[in-house]
Structures are given as structure tokens and as C-alpha cells.
Design a binder for this molecule. Structure first.
Ligand code: SF4
Length: 80
């Protein structure tokens, strides 16, 4: 099992043959977000500059609420 590289390759030079053979792609060097964040259907995974991510999260909390006041909380966490 490999550890998550945040899709940023390894210590090899960006776009080098070694990097491509070991990691396949360096999405961060390509200016892309990690693949799992790009493919996340619910957009639960956020990646990028901390200020931008914080703004997205703040907007979501403002629109949807948070904790047990969040939209869908009752359905997701029904008491038994
Ligand atoms: S796809 Fe996601 S979990 Fe997999 S290496 Fe990239 S950042 Fe890590």
C-alpha cells in the first residue's frame, strides 16, 4: 500500500521520467487539484489555497447550517 501523495508526485523532478514511472502524474505541478477532490461527487473533498477553501466552507455553513442544525442532519443521524 502506498501513502497518499496528495497527487503531488515525490521527490523526483517535476515531469521527469522517474516521477511518471513512480507516480503516474503530478497533478499539483500541473495546476490541478488532487484526483479524489476532482472526482468527489458530493464536493465533500476540498483542496487548494487555505483561504479559498475556508471561504467555500464558510459559505456552505452559512447556507446549510452546521452541526445538528445542518440540512439533512436529522435524516443522516436519526436517533434509534
Ligand atoms: S487521489 Fe487523493 S488519496 Fe489518492 S493520492 Fe491523490 S490526493 Fe491522495
Amino acid at each position: 500500500m502506498d501513502k497518499c501523495t496528495f497527487c503531488a508526485g515525490g521527490p523526483e523532478d517535476n515531469f521527469s521520467k522517474e516521477e511518471r514511472e513512480l507516480y503516474g502524474q503530478n497533478r499539483i505541478a500541473e495546476g490541478k487539484v488532487p484526483l479524489c477532490a476532482a472526482m468527489c461527487a458530493t464536493k465533500a473533498l476540498l483542496a487548494g489555497d487555505g483561504d479559498v477553501v475556508a471561504d467555500v466552507f464558510r459559505e456552505r455553513v452559512f447556507k446549510r447550517g452546521s452541526g445538528n442544525n445542518a440540512w439533512g442532519w436529522d435524516k443522516a443521524y436519526q436517533k434509534k
